[in-house]
Design a protein around this ligand. Structure first.
Ligand code: FE2
Length: 287
């Protein structure tokens, strides 16, 4: 599916943009399904999650961990006012849905599998695709949060590194509404940090461990080597697990919905310290 030139670009730049990868009707179906999930989500059940109390933090951790094999909605940090009430409609307050819709929801399942994705994964060097997580990201108007510079390999660690991101634009992504930014070639830089489970004996939960001090790019600095990836709805951006990427807060009136899938290669060893582990749900590839 990829031309030799495209494969070469992926090797040297660490990412590739494939405009029109999904049809408009496929995008519309996924968007409609995501809104239905949000509408069915009982926010009251989770209000305590956003309190700073220890007990609440523990229950928040549990909700997060359980989402590895479930379908959970997470609010934007700025969704609530000082009284704990939503500032805008619930549909405009959710940061993301995660993390197993691709296995559990028929509409997401259809969007997340098929020969086109299987072929692309092969072209990107993944021989035994293991699809660990799906995220529907809303990047809401006005309150859409920044996603700080990171590498996806921090969250899905394998030896050797194999995690690959598949980022689908469900709306036009522009600099105004918080498109993805990447550092071309940055996939050859070291892994900066690792998000890992803390053993129960040390208090449990999760932590971010610093590994390397190589600085992140600064998209706002003059002469930056970071580039915006402005794409139209339907485009797929595939990128290497070590590629540094970032997205700005969305202060515009336009949302920027996107859907991501993260896959590793079954030939690589999947770390036991990764937050995301599968128990009851079997792992599938793109087939
Ligand atoms: Fe990411």
């Amino acid at each position: 599916m990829l031309t030799p030139a495209q494969q070469d670009q992926y090797q040297t730049q660490g990412f590739i943009v494939l405009p029109g990868f999904k049809r408009a009707d496929e995008v519309a179906a996924l968007r409609a399904r995501a809104l239905a999930i949000v509408d069915a989500f009982d926010a009251g059940r989770h209000h305590s999650v956003f309190s700073t109390q220890d007990q609440a933090r523990r229950s928040s951790d549990e909700v997060f961990m359980a989402s590895a094999e479930g379908i959970e909605c997470f609010f934007e940090e700025e969704a609530f006012d000082a009284q704990g009430r939503l500032r805008q409609h619930q549909r405009l307050s959710i940061n993301k849905i995660g993390h197993a819709m691709h296995d559990l929801d028929p509409v997401f399942e259809a969007f997340s599998h098929g020969p086109a994705l299987a072929e692309l994964a092969t072209d990107l060097g993944l021989q035994q695709v293991q699809l660990w997580q799906s995220m529907y990201i809303f990047k809401q108007p006005a309150i859409g949060g920044e996603v700080k510079w990171h590498q996806d390999a921090s969250f899905l660690d394998t030896t050797p590194t194999s995690v690959t991101g598949f980022w689908f634009a469900l709306e036009d992504a522009t600099r105004d509404n918080g498109c993805l930014w990447v550092q071309p070639g940055g996939h050859r830089s070291p892994l900066r940090e690792r998000f890992e489970r803390v053993p129960e004996a040390q208090g449990g939960g999760t932590r971010m461990l610093a590994l390397d001090t190589t600085p992140w790019p600064d998209a706002r600095a003059p002469g930056t080597d970071a580039v915006p990836v402005e794409v139209a709805a339907g485009a797929l951006v595939a990128f290497h697990g070590l590629l540094p990427h970032w997205s700005a807060p969305n202060r515009s009136a336009q949302s920027r919905h996107a859907y991501t899938l993260h896959a590793t290669d079954g030939r690589a060893h999947y770390a036991a310290h990764n937050w995301l582990q599968r128990g009851r749900l079997p792992l599938r590839g793109f087939d």
